[in-house]
Design a protein around this ligand. Structure first.
Ligand code: SAH
Ligand code: DHB
Ligand code: MG
Length: 220
């Protein structure tokens, strides 16, 4: 059976309606991202809802995000822990961070979300908190490094979520580009690190064919 990309997108639009994955603050965030010239690579509405539900399902109070962009995923995560929880989100670009702060403010999450600017590796090294959920969605070559750094900031029961783990199937290519190498290096780590129990969920939809890797911290 072959189902084409147009159908993935149509079904994603249908799912968005069914789950009500859109409202004024979320739509305004995407619109302002576009206006500010940010790339249209935020998680999709249905993926945002998945992040939100996973965060609630593990009863998270504290969330760490690596790769803020305009804060679209941040809003989904922030709503999952509001009003008493916290989302720390790491972003390299001062411009992206400024757009994200405005989007977060409009969503009423300014007391929940802390946007920190700088290379994520540096921001991670400066962190000493414990997080229940970590969402990794920044530069792909560094994914494995981010998971390793994140492990220091987790406890058994913490959930690590990694975006863009399938890349249209390119993950199969052992000689793929640096992004594919980043994903494959993470997967090699997952195969050998018994502190993590993981799976990858393949996804299709408005962002094409990609996937999330979910890794539960099971040991320390
Ligand atoms: N999570 C966002 C999308 C993130 S896009 C959402 O779904 O809404 C990836 C982001 O990672 C970009 O904003 C990019 O500037 C940022 N990024 C890239 N390299 C980085 C690094 N070394 N440290 C921190 N952020 C980085
Ligand atoms: C792309 C998509 C992403 O989700 C991301 O984090 C980075 C890049 C892309 O489609 O290019
Ligand atoms: Mg992504």
């Amino acid at each position: 059976m072959h189902v084409d990309e147009q159908t993935w997108r149509a079904v994603d639009a249908y799912i968005e309606q069914v789950i009500g994955a859109s409202d004024e603050a979320l739509e305004a965030a995407l619109a302002d991202n576009a206006r500010a010239g940010l790339p249209a690579i935020s998680v999709s509405p249905a993926q945002g809802k998945l992040l939100h539900l996973l965060t609630r399902a593990v009863g998270a109070r504290r969330v760490l995000e690596i790769g803020t962009l305009g804060g679209y995923s941040t809003i989904w995560l922030g709503r999952a822990v509001a009003p008493d929880g916290q989302v720390v989100t790491l972003e390299l670009s001062e411009h992206h961070a400024a757009v994200a702060r405005a989007n977060v403010l409009r969503a009423g999450l300014e007391t929940v979300v802390d946007v920190r600017v700088g290379p994520a590796a540096d921001s991670l090294a400066a962190l000493d908190d414990d997080f229940d959920v970590i969402f990794i969605d920044a530069d792909k070559p560094s994914i494995a490094d981010y998971v390793l750094a994140a492990l220091r900031l987790t406890h058994p029961g913490s959930l690590i979520i990694v975006d863009n783990a399938v890349r249209g199937g390119a993950v199969l290519d052992a000689d793929g580009d640096e992004n594919v190498q980043g994903v494959r290096r993470l997967n090699e780590m997952l195969m050998s690190d018994d502190r993590l129990s993981a799976t990858t969920v393949q996804t299709v939809g408005s962002k094409g064919y990609d996937g999330f890797t979910l890794a539960l911290v099971v040991g320390s």
